[in-house]
Design a protein around this ligand. Structure first.
Ligand SMILES: Nc1ncnc2c1ncn2[C@@H]1O[C@H](COP(=O)(O)OP(=O)(O)O)[C@@H](O)[C@H]1O
Ligand SMILES: [Mg+2]
Length: 328
């Protein structure tokens, strides 16, 4: 027996003709924080829902905690905690009452309930507000309460679908701190989805998913090494001339990214002075940075993730544009 706690092979989900998940293979190890990263509509929720036994795969197999999700969904559910997008707290009840209710539903043994609830309230820094109704909580507190709730029956694996969606950057960061603490305190494996590229940096390993397929998998560092070197971005009032010169004089391909030109070079510090010296086209601003996961996504898919931010309510628009022959 290895320490693999989530395993998927050839996982597929179709909705009619639409292939939402197009054959996914992955293995997650015990104690990892594993991130599933991709733009809206990539198939993140569909995949996590299959792993959590909420959706039945069209094809392929998945084992969670060593148990086949199709053969014994009830056994899988006992071993996992869920923090999913739909808000499911009772706003009228207090934080503690919400947890008590959940502990009851999940048959947490009565003698353990209070201790576990207190432990989770402390870990997620909700103890001082536990007696207040949830309707008085901030967005970040509600999310923390949902995480506390998902942990009450002491799951081996915690699944979270976009746990930081809609929170401000500072609150998003605090959720990450709490997830890290939970992992250290309880040794739980965390599988989570996000479309925030910057957040994936906090994961031990990430799978980048695009159009139902994993396009890259590794540690954030490994993925960033795929880009190779540095990213230089310039703005110019004559971007076409600048791009041509960068190509002919410096031998580098510059791609248009909105109003700017973007290029990947092995050594940015050496490149920037040459760029400024040799170009006759005007250069207004120059920036130099290490590659981010955005750059990895761009390299792998040819698109920036923000262009793909189609909310699920724009589903019809996405369908319409595909129908009209746009590449998708
Ligand atoms: N119940 C459904 N019926 C039909 N299509 C769906 C359904 N749920 C999701 N989809 C489609 O499947 C694709 C993947 O969706 P989803 O897994 O929700 O992506 P993500 O979570 O990455 O945003 C999208 O094209 C979405 O519109
Ligand atoms: Mg989703």
């Amino acid at each position: 027996m290895t320490d693999t706690v989530i395993e998927a092979k050839g996982l597929v989900k179709k909705y009619g003709d639409l292939v939402a998940v197009a054959g996914i293979d992955l293995e997650v190890r015990a104690g990892e924080i594993f991130g599933f990263l991709g733009p809206n509509g990539a198939g993140k929720s569909t995949t996590i829902s299959m792993l959590c036994t909420l959706l039945t795969p069209t094809a392929g197999v998945a084992r969670v905690a060593g148990i086949d999700v199709v053969h014994d969904p009830a056994a899988v559910r006992q071993r996992i905690g869920l923090v999913f997008q739909d808000p499911s707290l009772d706003e009228q009840l207090t934080g503690r009452e919400n947890l008590e209710f959940h502990a009851f539903v999940y048959s947490v043994p009565a003698p353990d309930r209070r201790r576990r609830i207190d432990e989770m309230l402390n870990l997620l820094q909700l103890a001082d507000r536990a007696a207040s109704p949830v309707k008085t909580y901030s967005g970040g507190m509600k999310r923390r309460l949902e995480i506390a709730r998902g942990m009450l029956h002491q799951p081996q694996i915690l699944f979270l679908d976009e746990p930081t969606l809609g929170l401000d950057p500072q609150t998003r960061k605090s959720i990450w701190t709490h997830l890290n603490e939970l992992r250290s305190a309880k040794g739980v494996t965390i599988f989570m989805t996000t479309h925030y590229m910057d957040e994936a940096e906090y994961c031990d390993r990430i799978a980048i998913i695009d159009r139902g397929k994993i396009v890259a998998l590794g540690t954030p560092e490994e993925l960033k090494q795929m880009v190779g070197g540095d990213v230089v971005t310039i703005t110019s009032t004559q971007p076409d001339d600048a791009a041509r010169e960068i190509n002919t004089l410096l031998g580098v391909t510059a791609t248009r990214d909105n109003g700017s030109l973007r290029m990947e070079v092995p050594d940015g510090k050496a490149f920037v002075p040459r760029l400024v010296r040799e170009l006759s086209a005007p250069v207004d601003t120059v920036s130099l940075r290490r590659p981010s996961l955005d750059d990895v996504f761009l390299k792998l898919t040819g698109r920036a993730i923000r262009e793909e931010e189609v909310s699920s309510r724009d589903w019809n628009r996405a369908l319409a544009s595909r129908w009209m022959g746009r590449r998708r």
